[in-house]
Ligand binder design. Structure first.
Ligand SMILES: [Zn+2]
Length: 194
């Protein structure tokens, strides 16, 4: 029997490319490991803000699975459990994935048209985060890309412990040198490491 990743070789969509050069993100933000030629497992996260129909990317990064697991370890157990509960209550990722594949809904339009939790249409989102799981230059078809709206990001923030919030601030400090106007915004709203 063929495995899912052989049946669905879907290249990482352009929506997840770097804004800097419009190319696929190729290295882990944390350890610097090359991800595409090495056919590594990794995730890409991007955070956008929309102002007067102008979309600005606030964060974009690829993180390898090893570093992602390490990052999760640095968050408090309570916060991780809260995030997992939140998604378990609100989204059936496996069912969603099955439905998308069964119905051949395999483009970014199908995945990123609305918030996976609140169903808010993309056109109504003034801030949102997109996420995808990849292997080398392809998507990992076991979890197709999704989008969460600002409302969800804020709700998840409410579930994070002080320790976790400090860890995430430390991560942002270490890897992003934000101009002052973004600092306020980003330190209030935490990235979600799922
Ligand atoms: Zn890494």
């Amino acid at each position: 029997m063929k495995v899912l990743s052989e049946l669905y070789k879907i290249p990482v969509p352009e929506e997840f490319f770097s804004d800097l050069d419009n190319k696929q993100l190729s290295h882990c933000l944390v350890c610097g490991k090359e991800l595409i030629d090495s056919q590594s497992d990794y995730m890409i996260e991007k955070v956008f803000q929309v102002n007067n129909n102008r979309k600005t990317t606030i964060f974009e990064h690829a993180i390898c699975m090893e570093c992602s697991l390490e990052l999760r370890k640095s968050l408090s157990t309570e916060s991780l459990a809260n995030i997992e509960n939140y998604f378990r209550k609100n989204v059936d990722f496996i069912k969603r994935n099955e439905l998308l594949i069964e119905n051949n809904l395999l483009t970014s339009k199908d995945w990123l048209s609305h918030c996976i939790v609140k169903k808010t249409p993309l056109s109504d989102c003034s801030e949102y985060q997109t996420y995808c799981l990849c292997k080398g230059k392809y998507l990992n078809p076991g979890l197709l890309p999704y989008l969460v709206s600002e409302e969800v990001i804020l709700e998840i923030n409410e579930l994070l412990s002080v320790k976790t919030k400090n860890e995430i601030d430390g991560f942002i400090d270490k890897y992003y040198g934000f101009p002052p106007e973004y600092r306020e915004l980003m330190y209030g709203k935490k990235l979600i490491f799922v």
